[in-house]
Design a protein. Structure first.
Length: 87
């Protein structure tokens, strides 16, 4: 299972209506984090679990789901997290 598939599996716990993960690692070749094997990713996720929650709480939910991956597999993660009524 590759990193994106593993991220999707972990984030499924948030019951997303939609989710898009883009691997931007190639754009950061030579960067210190990239040398260590961690990738750079963009995440766009829409989940009813984000309704009524501020951005910081939404990001915490995402980081909690990906917690152990943030140590080695993910060096940088750009997050756009929305509730369904915000799209």
């Amino acid at each position: 299972m590759n990193t994106i598939e593993l991220m999707q599996q972990r984030l499924a716990a948030l019951q997303p209506e939609s989710m898009e993960i883009v691997d931007d690692s190639a754009l950061h070749a030579g960067h210190t984090g990239a040398k260590g094997g961690g990738g750079h990713y963009q995440l766009l996720i829409v989940s009813p679990q984000f309704a009524g929650k501020p951005t910081v709480a939404r990001h915490r939910m995402i980081y909690d789901a990906l917690q152990d991956m943030m140590r080695e597999q993910i060096h940088a993660l750009s997050i756009k997290a929305f509730a369904p009524d915000e799209i």
